[in-house]
Every structure is written in structure tokens, then in C-alpha cells.
Design a protein around this ligand. Structure first.
Ligand code: SAM
Length: 212
């Protein structure tokens, strides 16, 4: 997702440190203090405009959520929604997910969501895929022992790559769906913006759940 540069984005982020940070290292091992109550922590990397993480926060008030988005203009769109909703179990980070082990203490996170991550299809771009081994290493560090990773995509190439990458890393698969919307999970599935767009075009959605 690319949005045109929004001049208001950076000032809006700077004016609302209670909901969003560009310096997540500052809160390492202290994230729970940013929420109204202590609760298991779930992190989405690459929120886009935030439909998924916002609906998750509304649906599961007994959990705390953090959305990480790299692009300032996109993170500011999520922030705008949060400024209206003021969900007390949602915090935002505007930073690169590649630093996730610097943002969270070992075992601080219960679940990680990757939704419709950029596929980076060229071989030389593989290192940027959010399921590349250097990312998996970091997820392993920050996830608690029983923590898990959920990944959805419409991109078959990225899905196959991710299955192999996680399998080679020694991860254990709890669920694999080759057509999420026709599966028994469909009813409780919370859709992302990309998921709505691609499924309306008739594309199949893949999903996996795995742990280390
Ligand atoms: N998850 C949303 C959805 O399913 O509708 C957005 C999908 S969009 C294809 C991918 C998003 O991930 C973009 O907004 C992009 O800026 C963000 N992103 C890509 N790489 C990232 C990274 N390393 N750290 C944080 N965000 C990232």
C-alpha cells in the first residue's frame, strides 16, 4: 500500500504520543503500562489502514493490541480512527517491523499477525519478506512460549515461500487453510482491507497459524 505523502501525518503523530510512538524501543518490556489494564499482547506488523487491528481490539476487549506500520501517512490514517474510537486496548507504532526484537522484551508478546504482507516477489528482495528467517528469529524471541503467529495472504507465491521458510525454521503448523473463506473459520474471521478487496475479486485467501 502506497499513500500520497500527507503533510498533516507527522504533526498528528507527534501530537498524540498517548496512542502512537515512533520510538518503540522506549517501551520495551513496559508496554502494558500504556494500556488501561494488563492483558495478553497481540501485535500486527504492517497494519495498512488498520481495519483488522481496530476490529480485533473491539471484538476482544480482554486482549491488548499493538499495530505496527512503517509508513507515516498510513500510520496516521489508523491514528485518526483511534482518535475517534479511543480504544483503551489499542496502541500504535510507526516504525519498521524489522526491529521487533528491539521493541519487545523476550516473551512479551502472545500473538503476531501478518496480513497481506508485501510479497517482494524477486529473489533478491526475499530478505524484505516478513516471513524471511531473520524476521522469524525475532518473532521467536519476542513471543512467549505458547505464543503463535497467524499469516493471511492472497499471494500463492508468498504463501508457499512462507510455509517453506517456517518449516525450515522448525516451526510447527497448527492450521493451514487453502481457502479461508470457505472453511469453518470463515465465520469468526476478521477481514483486512486487502482481504475484502481481493476476495471481492474472487481470489482465494490462504491462512496459516504456527508456533515455534
Ligand atoms: N495488512 C493490511 C491489509 O491486509 O489490508 C495492509 C496490507 S499492505 C499490502 C502492507 C502494509 O505493510 C503496508 O501498509 C506497508 O507499509 C506495511 N509494511 C510493509 N513492510 C513493513 C515493515 N517492515 N514494517 C512495518 N510495516 C510494513
Amino acid at each position: 500500500m502506497r499513500l500520497r505523502n500527507k503533510p498533516w501525518a507527522k504533526p498528528l503523530i507527534e501530537a498524540n504520543p498517548q496512542f502512537i510512538t515512533t520510538d518503540p524501543k522506549k517501551y520495551r518490556s513496559a508496554w502494558q503500562e500504556r494500556f488501561k489494564k494488563k492483558a495478553p499482547l497481540f501485535v500486527e506488523i504492517g497494519t495498512g489502514k488498520g481495519q483488522f487491528i481496530i476490529e480485533m481490539a473491539q471484538e476482544y476487549p480482554e486482549r491488548n493490541f499493538i499495530g505496527i506500520e512503517l509508513q507515516t501517512s498510513v500510520a496516521a490514517v489508523v491514528l485518526k480512527k483511534q482518535l475517534e474510537l479511543k480504544l483503551n486496548n489499542l496502541q500504535l507504532i510507526c516504525a519498521n517491523g524489522s526491529g521487533v526484537s528491539e521493541y519487545f522484551e523476550n516473551g512479551e508478546v502472545t500473538g503476531i499477525y501478518l496480513n497481506f504482507s508485501d510479497p517482494w516477489p524477486k529473489k533478491k528482495q526475499a530478505k524484505r519478506r516478513l516471513t524471511y528467517p531473520t524476521f522469524l528469529e525475532q518473532y521467536k524471541m519476542v513471543l512467549e512460549e505458547k505464543g503463535h503467529l497467524e499469516f493471511k495472504t492472497d499471494n500463492r507465491g508468498l504463501f508457499e515461500y512462507s510455509l517453506m521458510s517456517m518449516n525450515n525454521f522448525g516451526m510447527v503448523f497448527d492450521k493451514v487453510s487453502l481457502d479461508l473463506h470457505q472453511s469453518e473459520e470463515a465465520e469468526q474471521n476478521i477481514m483486512t482491507e486487502y482481504e475484502e478487496k481481493f476476495s471481492q475479486r474472487g481470489q482465494v485467501i490462504y491462512k496459516l497459524e504456527a508456533h515455534f
